[in-house]
Design a protein around this ligand. Structure first.
Ligand code: HEM
Length: 90
């Protein structure tokens, strides 16, 4: 529910880029997703999907397949909401 949504700062997003055993997080329209579980299933391959890791993937995603419904497909993988650097929970 809304009351348990995690606030994710830009630094946390950048940190979770799928490297060094960290999860791969990406952003779609302001929402942060853990894309790690989907990597083996991505029809475009793991490498392509990893281009969006640790950053906002909205533009890359829209450039390739705007007809795909990210929100529906990864609804189980929502981490939280991307906020400003000073707005995160401590
Ligand atoms: C293909 C899902 C992110 C690159 C696909 C397809 C799906 C999908 C369902 C098949 C589409 C179709 O055939 O109509 C997703 C989801 C993403 C994501 C859920 C985010 C979580 C990305 C990103 C990139 C990318 C960030 C590139 C930077 C591609 C490419 C294909 C593809 C190149 C075409 C593969 C082919 O036809 O050989 N993706 N994608 N995807 N995706 Fe993604």
């Amino acid at each position: 529910g809304v009351s348990t949504l995690t606030l994710v700062t830009p630094a946390q997003l950048k940190h979770n880029n799928g490297r060094k055993d960290r999860p791969a997080w990406s952003v779609w329209q302001g929402k942060v997703y853990n894309i790690t579980p989907y990597l083996p299933f991505h029809p475009g391959g793991k490498g392509e999907l990893m281009r969006a890791a640790g950053k906002d993937g909205t533009r890359l995603f829209m450039d390739v397949h705007p007809w795909v419904n990210w929100d529906n497909m990864l609804s189980e993988c929502v981490v939280g909401i991307l906020v400003g650097e000073s707005e995160g929970a401590r």
